[in-house]
Design a protein around this ligand. Structure first.
Ligand code: PEP
Ligand code: MN
Length: 367
């Protein structure tokens, strides 16, 4: 394949209308663990591939870094026994060689590796002349071009069965998720490459068990081709990512409850625009809440101040002034005045409550 050939992925994964489900432990720990987990997840009849990390790229040293090469045959054996495809992560050419030797069916490149073009290039070179499906996780940080670039390197090496795995992005600010989904990014990827196989990994997005079902449904609603969900027969004892792994029973429950919709009704342009606007709303709401918190802090300071100076919590003139000035500003900004007055009443009620609580606490402390 020539170096200049543009990435032109095709829809190589035949799913008969069903999403392609990859599941299994974060890390392969023992022969028994991967076998028991595989047998239990295969029972659902909905799982297609068995995942298991052999070499784990851990953020900090001294964490469990995977069992290494000795665990490869355990993964392969469990896959063979259950009729699932075996898939694991490769980060170096030696990993590729060992996986090929063991007959691993599919590979993925992890988020930390995708971010490094040197590593991806080395993996691509090691894969030259080999016909194996390779999935590429998005880089840890938000960089769509870097994600596409990694897939291009594989494409130029002659790998034609390429898939992308969306595992969320580290955005640096604390959030309810371990990694922010930023759905508009994979949607943009799909818009650019409509035939590219796109899978979502709700486990690494959420970082905990509670959000996996909701995130999975979201991915399916956005016309993703499949899901990668971490499962473990004893999640609490897992040596890596314990908080986000679910039992095979929980997995089967989720897979049974998910609503599988027809993808033809999805208008990508519409979904993309809607998602971008919703992200803006999310950001604005976050700002609003942070502002409210700041306001509450000042309300508490005023409460203290009133206490020390023996002044009543409720001050009629101040309240009248607030309603008047905020109402006028609402009109100036073209916002419905009644709405702003109602909102200010709610905020003021809460301020009075907070200051009255301070008063009560003060009295208790004095008695
Ligand atoms: C994993 O799949 O176990 C993993 C390490 O994921 P990521 O590369 O997305 O962090
Ligand atoms: Mn993991």
């Amino acid at each position: 394949m020539s170096q200049n050939k543009q990435l032109n992925p095709y829809s190589w994964l035949s799913k008969n209308g069903n999403p392609f489900i990859i599941s299994g432990p974060c890390s392969v720990e023992t022969e028994e663990q991967v076998m028991v987990t595989a047998q239990a997840i295969a029972k659902s009849g909905r799982v297609n591939a068995l995942r298991g990390g052999i070499w784990k790229p851990r953020t900090r040293p001294n964490s469990f870094e995977g069992m290494g090469t000795i665990a490869l045959p355990w993964l392969k054996k469990a896959a063979l026994e259950t009729g699932l495809k075996a898939i694991t992560e490769v980060a170096k050419p030696q990993h590729v060689e060992q996986c090929l030797k063991e007959g691993i069916d599919m590979l993925w490149i992890g988020a930390r590796t995708t971010a490094n073009p040197f590593s991806v290039q080395e993996i691509a070179e090691a894969l030259k002349g080999v016909d194996i499906p390779v999935f590429v996780k998005n880089p840890i940080h938000l960089d769509l071009q870097l994600w596409i670039g990694a897939m291009e390197r594989l494409w130029h090496a002659g790998i034609t069965r390429i898939g992308a795995i969306h595992r969320g992005f580290a955005v640096g600010k604390p959030n309810r998720y371990r990694n922010q989904p930023l759905w508009e990014i994979p949607i943009e990827l799909k818009r650019l490459y409509p035939n590219l196989i796109l899978i979502s990994d709700p486990s690494h997005i959420s970082g905990n068990r509670d959000s996996i079902e909701r995130l999975s449904q979201r991915a399916l609603d956005l016309d993703f081709d499949g899901l990668m969900i971490e499962s473990h027969y004893q999640p609490d004892k897992a040596l890596s990512d314990a908080a986000q792994q679910i039992t095979p029973e929980q997995l089967n429950g989720i897979l049974n409850r998910l609503k599988y919709r027809r993808s033809s009704s999805v208008n990508l342009e519409f979904v993309h625009n809607l998602q971008t606007l919703r992200n803006e709303i999310d950001e604005l709401d976050e700002e609003l809440l942070h502002l409210l918190k700041k306001r509450i802090d000042v309300v508490e300071q005023i409460g203290d101040f009133k206490l020390k100076n023996n002044v009543t919590v409720f001050q009629l003139e101040r309240w009248i002034e607030i309603l008047k000035t905020r109402g006028e500003l609402a009109i100036e900004l073209g916002i419905d005045k009644e709405f702003i007055v109602e909102m200010m009443k709610t905020i003021h009620k809460e301020s009075v409550r907070i200051q009255s609580e301070l008063n009560k606490k003060h009295k208790i402390e004095q008695s």
